[in-house]
Write a protein that binds this ligand. Structure first.
Ligand SMILES: Cc1cc2nc3c(=O)[nH]c(=O)nc-3n(C[C@H](O)[C@H](O)[C@H](O)COP(=O)(O)OP(=O)(O)OC[C@H]3O[C@@H](n4cnc5c(N)ncnc54)[C@H](O)[C@@H]3O)c2cc1C
Length: 382
């Protein structure tokens, strides 16, 4: 067994860590307050090749797979969750669905621009009346000659107002349920596409989240991703990948919470000595470190399985479940260790606490992850 990352991935980690120290963490509070990840920051990330990390070189990527993406996601999140989520919607789910489901021509058409960071992407599945049950979606695409005409709306779409291309899932046969869902790529400038205002959220405030409205939006059949009726499977295969990146995001945020808490506990003096000398505080730090070890092991093992071409659906659901719940506990302890200061916007743990909560909700709620895991256990055993 070899648990070491390759030299290439260690170099990538160091490069992203240096970038985060210099360019991301210093502006994370501003990103949160101004509800905007600056385009200039995304351009710098693009210049470093971060949007292309998981994709093969023939599509403009670095060919570093899911392990590479997880390294980047972890490090970026240490500095700013909103920035990592903006990257993730483009590379980990929006672009990934095109990579997994597209024809060679579609990959050549869309991926190099997404991998270079010239274009932003997004992944549009959820609707107002279909969240955990996406097969009941109402957005439809109806064939008209060589075109498809799309009507309906999507809600909660990360990067909705910054994406140049939308990876869209809609029904092409409502009677067929999940088997009637198909996937499409919709360019942002198509007539009839309207983007709603940004949602006002509890956390991850720099990341944009919007509704998308489709009114007789016409796209050519050449923009259909994969066979008709295979869209639901593609949506789920893509989320299997997305949940690994989500786990890596949670891991990065947990490490940041522990690092900030350790520093604070060593500096803050009460009863004549640093609070780090109190056993209660030491236990909190120990619990955080233990959960980091467990989440780190799960994230990188599952990403390795993915890169090896092994089945990893159950593991990716486990990663999502473990990581998001462990981050919630770590963020809560970090606030507790900071006392009143943990409740102040002056301290980053306050933002980490708000940014953490949604990880138990998006990319499939944790209740749904438990269903996925349990069904697999009942079918295949442990
Ligand atoms: C900030 C943010 C960003 C997002 N980004 C995207 C995006 O980029 N693209 C996208 O397509 N979507 C996105 N989403 C949507 C997200 O994936 C959904 O919110 C999520 O899947 C849950 O759907 P829902 O909100 O409709 O909740 P519901 O499905 O209404 O669930 C409500 C509650 O009921 C529970 N529940 C539902 N069914 C069951 C069941 N069978 N068994 C047990 N419990 C159940 C749920 O677990 C949850 O606790 C985003 C959401 C947020 C908040």
């Amino acid at each position: 067994m070899d648990f070491n990352l390759s030299d290439e991935l260690n170099l990538l980690r160091q490069m992203v860590r240096d970038f985060v120290d210099a360019e991301v963490r210093p502006i994370a509070a501003k990103i949160d307050e101004e509800h905007e990840v600056p385009r200039a920051l995304l351009t710098k990330m693009a210049e470093l090749g971060l949007f292309g990390v998981p994709f093969p070189a023939e599509y403009g990527g670095a060919g570093l797979g899911e392990l590479g993406y997880c390294v980047v996601a972890e490090e970026i999140t240490r500095g700013c969750f909103s920035t990592a989520v903006t990257l993730g919607a483009t590379a980990s789910i929006g672009g990934m669905a095109i990579y997994l489901g597209g024809t060679e021509q579609q990959k050549q058409q869309f991926l190099p621009k997404l991998a270079s960071g010239e274009w932003m992407g997004c992944y549009a599945l959820t609707e107002a009346e279909s969240g955990s049950d996406p097969a009941s979606m109402k957005t439809v695409a109806v064939r008209d000659g060589d075109e498809w005409v799309i009507n309906g709306s999507k809600i909660w779409i990360t990067n909705g107002d910054v994406a140049d291309v939308i990876t869209l899932f809609c029904s092409t046969d409502r009677a067929a349920g999940a088997r009637g869902v198909s996937a499409f790529v919709v360019e942002r400038d198509r007539n009839g596409l309207r983007v709603g205002p940004r949602e006002k959220k509890m956390g991850q405030c720099g990341s944009s989240t919007c509704s998308l409205y489709f009114e007789d939006v016409r796209i050519p059949d050449a923009n259909r991703l994969g066979p008709l009726g295979d869209g639901f499977k593609l949506a789920m295969r893509t989320l299997d990948r997305g949940r690994l990146g989500l786990g890596a995001n949670c891991l990065g945020s947990m490490k940041e919470a522990l690092s900030l808490s350790t520093k604070y506990a060593q500096e803050r003096v009460q009863f004549g000595k640093p609070i780090a000398e109190q056993q209660a505080i030491q236990f909190y730090l120990a619990d955080m470190a233990a959960e980091i070890f467990s989440v780190e092991s799960a994230v990188y093992r599952a990403a390795w399985m993915c890169d090896q071409g092994l089945p990893f659906s159950r593991e990716s659901a486990i990663v999502k479940l473990l990581a998001s719940e462990a981050l919630d506990r770590a963020a809560d302890l970090a606030v507790q260790i900071h006392g009143g200061m943990g409740y102040s916007r002056e301290y980053a743990v306050e933002r980490i606490y708000r940014d953490s909560r949604v990880n138990r909700i998006y990319e499939g709620t944790n209740e749904i992850q438990r269903l996925v895991i349990a069904r697999d256990v009942l079918k295949k055993g442990i």
